[in-house]
Design a protein around this ligand. Structure first.
Ligand code: HGY
Ligand code: MN
Ligand code: MN
Length: 416
């Protein structure tokens, strides 16, 4: 396979300017972003991305889950495209780079090929996957999951946010519901560039993460039912304190995850307390326990021990409980050929690199089930993400995008 022009490099200033311009849409309150999925702000971000793609000479596809597919033609229109991309939606207190770097890094790849007038046999498609974060509508990676056949579209459309709004209705409301059948597209390969969202690359002093695996994820929504009562006049032995029950469960989650150190993790990020009044014992709490590990057997052990702990704690305290699996995927092994293309690119470009297991979930974790897939990661400052203070250096962004460029062009087969 012809190797691409060895000295091909992206335009780092142009990439950075695009990242900063996108960050103006759906600003947070502390320098990051709040551009949650299928909100008006998401719609604005989509429109800006679509404008840039048109200016780069790409045609735009849109499927029934709102997934955006910007296509640069190859010399062989029948060749399956090489896909790149990630997501433009953010956490409510998200950073400027989580997901966005992968989408705009893909756009920068196209802009660079246009500048250099480089042609590839396979078309290249830059993708924005709808609702990767799963924060407003669980689960995470919702639309890449439908694309990969893991969820039905009807189930996805019916997902509700905290205000009872449905995903499908909101997608239609912002005007980004396409008519292309979701999942009909076939891929030659897919590469996702993403910030690490952890501390390893920065600590090890590496520019690039060659992602060989992704850890698996389990989301269990737990509802504990007690009895609302007065915090002052209800004697302690008479209380049915759902909040206390949750606290004891979360202590067990910490203990269970630590029992599988160093790789397993566990916590609850979503917690709703009812009625959430200062002088009322909570009669109901709803929270989501997030358990992860690179080892499926460990995830299954943690899920079983969580269920047993909820039962034991609630039975002992006379509380009711319900549990529902609201998200999850097995640990992922990425495609060796695509991983090698990433590693070869980093070596060719002289960037320091190391193998990495992704701690976070990504659209690539689902797409890996339907096409050869790999990921490229760049460091982030202090490993911080899902926080408005999320930061990366321009150099790190450039290194990751240069590697993406070379890995994709090698896979898409440069045409002299
Ligand atoms: O939850 C995740 O790992 C991803 O950031 N949505
Ligand atoms: Mn992400
Ligand atoms: Mn994220």
């Amino acid at each position: 396979m012809a190797s691409p022009a060895a000295n091909m490099k992206i335009d780092g200033d142009r990439l950075w300017d695009s990242l900063m311009e996108m960050a103006q849409i759906g600003p947070g309150i502390a320098g990051g972003n709040n551009r949650q999925t299928v909100t008006d702000e998401d719609g604005e971000g989509r429109a800006l991305f679509a404008k840039w793609c048109k200016a780069a000479g790409m045609s735009m596809g849109l499927d029934t889950m709102g997934n955006m597919f910007a296509r640069r033609e190859g010399t062989d229109p029948d060749a399956l495209p090489v896909y790149v991309g990630s997501h433009l939606d953010t956490q409510p207190t998200g950073g400027k780079y989580d997901g966005v770097l992968g989408v705009l890094g893909g756009l920068e790849l196209i802009r660079t090929l246009n500048d250099l007038d480089i042609k590839t046999k396979h078309p290249i498609v830059v993708t924005n996957w709808t609702n990767e974060e799963g924060t407003r509508f669980a689960p995470a990676m919702l639309s890449s999951g439908v694309f990969a056949g893991m969820h039905t579209q009807d189930w996805a459309y019916a997902r509700e946010d905290a205000d009872g709004k449905k995903f499908g209705d909101e997608l239609a409301r912002i005007g980004w519901q396409g008519d292309e059948e979701v999942g009909a597209r076939k891929m030659h390969a897919m590469f996702e560039l993403h910030i690490e969202q952890g501390p390893i690359l920065e600590i090890e002093g590496k520019d690039v993460g060659v992602v060989t695996h992704g850890q698996g994820l389990s989301w269990t929504q737990v509802t504990i039912l007690g009895k609302d009562s007065h915090t002052g006049s209800t004697p302690m032995p008479m209380r049915k304190n759902a909040g206390l029950g949750m606290a004891r469960v979360l202590e067990k989650v910490e203990e269970i995850a630590l029992s599988h150190a160093p790789h397993a993790v566990g916590a609850a990020g979503h917690i709703d307390v009812f009625p959430n009044s200062r002088n009322v014992i909570p009669g109901k709490v709803v929270f989501t326990v997030d358990l992860r590990s690179p080892d499926l057997a460990v995830i299954e052990d943690m899920e079983a021990r969580l269920a047993a702990a909820v039962k034991e704690i609630c039975d002992t305290m006379g509380l009711g409980y319900e549990m529902e699996k609201v998200g999850g995927f097995d640990p992922v092994t990425f495609d060796e050929g695509c991983v090698s293309a990433v590693r070869n690119a980093a070596e060719r470009l002289g960037y320091s690199h190391m193998n990495l297991i992704s701690g976070a979930g990504h659209d690539a974790c689902w797409i890996n089930r339907v096409a050869p897939t790999a990921m490229i990661m760049c460091p982030c400052v202090d490993g911080l993400s899902h926080n408005e203070a999320e930061e990366i250096s321009k150099e790190w962004a450039v290194a990751g995008t240069d590697v993406l460029l070379h890995a994709v062009v090698e896979t898409a087969e440069i045409v002299k």
